[in-house]
Design a protein around this ligand. Structure first.
Ligand code: ATP
Length: 417
């Protein structure tokens, strides 16, 4: 029998990680002849969900086994409970782990819940309703939302190789040699992405939480990521797992709405740009303000140069706001049209070419140099704009965000157009 299984919410702020749980689970599967098929999937869901711990990750995988569905679900759930009790202590931190299983097949309804969970808020009731329709069996709490959503992800976009720390190191600072990470990244560009920030000279691969992850390498080919294991010098690695992922896919921008915590993509014609104390920028022109946080770096700098009449496409998230009802937090802005920045200047003196001053409305001009008085019209002069048409986004993008240069194999597919 072939099953697809989803798991989520196996972490907590003090320890554990759903990917780490899945890695341990696969080792248990080996002992009981449950065969993993292909790569497990690491799916990032709606990045705006307030109750996520970090990157809103969920995991799913296909297995082949002689065991029946209920038995396999019990095996996975018992291992989940063990992980939560001994590693993540998740129940002490209001985490709500969940596991889901179904006979493996592609189904449009399953795909639908993936897209909804990536762009919007899914209620537990809705996830239960879909489970019943599809014959999915579940155990646990809110985690079943992410578990089922991950099962609906069509694979084949990018990959991440996650390495796990030895338990005795969990409480000490992570040791990963930056130069070896940079050399690796330079050697395999453009098949790797989001591993190094070359502007701030920082490695982006190292995890910063209390989880057991040492580092995660992101790229487009499994073979290239496996090379990283050989080239990157670090503290001892306990083990690693390669995942197929939806990272770098822009899937969270596939649909747009103005519901709180959902993705927003929309056209805005600028009326006013306010630079707030502290550096955040507010753009007015849409029915809700667009906020561009200082932390977005290049993006925040670029929007300061926008002028009334400029046209932009905003990619971001709708967030509740006490002052405005709703604000759009921008993650990327595509400047589509820039109005000419025109100013009116006094004409040059026809006798000596000197600059002139106005003598009042319709009274002509006087040369500042030779004092010649003359009639004439103000001249329109265009100032160069300090931004250009094009896409601006922060270097510190989210897992789902497609880096500007990244060409994923999904780019040509119809469903992303
Ligand atoms: P980790 O990276 O270790 O998995 P995390 O940041 O991914 O941590 P989770 O522990 O996965 O956080 O918590 C996210 C919770 O939100 C899960 O219970 C998941 O089922 C739920 N969830 C995910 N996406 C949505 C959504 N679109 N609507 C409602 N709930 C969601």
């Amino acid at each position: 029998m072939r099953y697809i299984i989803g798991v989520d919410d196996h972490d907590s702020p003090v320890g554990g990680c759903t990917t780490h749980f899945s890695w341990l689970l696969f080792r248990e599967f080996e002992k009981i002849q449950v065969k993993l098929e292909g790569y497990p999937r690491l799916t990032r869901l709606n990045p705006n969900i307030p109750w996520k711990t970090r990157g809103n990750a969920s995991i799913s995988f296909v297995v082949e086994t002689e065991r029946d569905m209920d038995e396999l679900l019990d095996i996975v759930w018992n291992l989940s409970l063990d992980y939560i009790e001994n590693i993540s202590k998740g129940y002490n931190y209001k985490r709500s782990p969940g596991v889901a299983i179904m006979n493996f097949r592609h189904d449009p309804l399953l795909e639908h819940i993936y897209w909804k969970a990536v762009t919007d808020v899914v209620t537990r009731e809705y996830a239960v309703k879909i489970s019943e329709k599809l014959g999915i069996k579940t155990k646990g709490g809110r985690g079943i939302i992410g578990a089922i959503a991950s099962m609906g992800f069509k694979t084949g976009i990018t990959y991440e190789l996650l390495t796990y720390r030895r338990r005795e190191n969990w409480n000490s600072p992570r040791r990963v040699d930056f130069n070896t990470v940079m050399n690796y990244d330079l050697a395999f560009f453009p098949y790797v992405y989001a591993n190094v920030d070359y502007v701030s000279k920082e490695q982006l691969i190292v995890s910063h939480g209390n989880d057991p992850v040492l580092y995660g390498l992101r790229g487009l080919k499994p073979s290239v990521l496996l090379e990283g294991l050989k080239l990157i010098r670090s503290e001892d690695v306990e083990g690693y797992q390669l995942f197929e992922t939806n990272q770098g896919s822009d899937h969270h921008f596939k649909t747009s709405s103005l519901k709180p915590y959902s993705s927003f993509v929309g056209d805005v014609t600028i009326k006013k740009v306010n630079v707030m104390r502290g550096g955040d920028c507010m753009l007015f022109g849409y029915k809700f303000p667009v906020i561009v946080y200082k932390e977005t770096g290049e993006l925040n700098q670029a929007v300061r140069y926008l002028l009334p009449g400029d046209a932009i496409k905003v990619y971001g998230a709708a967030k509740p706001s006490a002052e405005y009802g709703l604000v759009i937090e921008a993650e990327r802005i595509d400047i589509t049209e820039l109005k000419p920045d025109q100013m009116y200047i006094n004409p040059r003196c026809p006798l000596c070419g000197g600059s002139s001053e106005s003598l009042g409305r319709n009274k002509g001009f006087r040369c500042r140099k030779c004092r010649n008085k003359f009639k004439g019209n103000k001249i329109i002069q265009e100032r160069p704009r300090s931004v250009t048409i094009g896409v601006y986004q922060t270097r510190k993008y989210r897992h789902l965000t497609k880096p500007i240069f990244l060409e994923t194999i999904y780019d040509s597919k119809e469903d992303l157009k």
